[in-house]
Write a protein that binds this ligand. Sequence first.
Ligand code: PNS
Length: 193
Amino acid sequence: MGTAIYPGSFDPVTNGHLDIIERGSRLFGHLIVAILKNPKKDYLFSTEERMYMLRESTRHLHNVEIDSFSGLLVEYANVKKAQVIIKGLRAISDFEYEFQMAMINKKLSPGVETLFMMTNNKYSYLSSSVVKEIALFHGNVNSLVPPIVSEFIYEKIKNKYGEGLAQRGESPKYYVDDLDDDELMELIFQGTK
Ligand code: PNS
């Protein structure tokens, strides 16, 4: 049945990701969920936290492994002897970028196939960015993410962006109330997805 890789930032994992992981795990003997470590990106969660939340959310899937990687995805796929990269497509807007990535990856490593899976309709609007935005404004994310993410995300946002209270004697980086909407959006979307 072979090995497939489902790569992403997973900052944090959403129910849309989980849907792809569950369906992908039924198609392949071994599914590796691979978290990108990109030093240029300002993630909300550390690599370890993203891995932990993915492990907790996929405990019921016995052929799923959670790992992290840096560098080129196809090189990682070759090291792991994976023949397939799984990508979720939510909407037509995802297609152009994903098409380019699939072509580049094919050029770099012709033996690795990209397999696109349509996201379940009920998650077509969902992204990690949307989840972070809702949580930043204290909205309810319970139906959008696994329970472990709901448990941590509010505290994490508070620690990162501050609420006027310093954590462990440090000054908070930002006071949310001091920012206008554009600045808030910039903060949320800064290098994260
Ligand atoms: O969840 P994301 O942020 O959309 O995931 C993007 C990811 C990790 C799939 C993509 O950025 C990636 O493959 N990065 C590794 C570098 C690489 O191989 N890029 C393609 C050639 S330019």
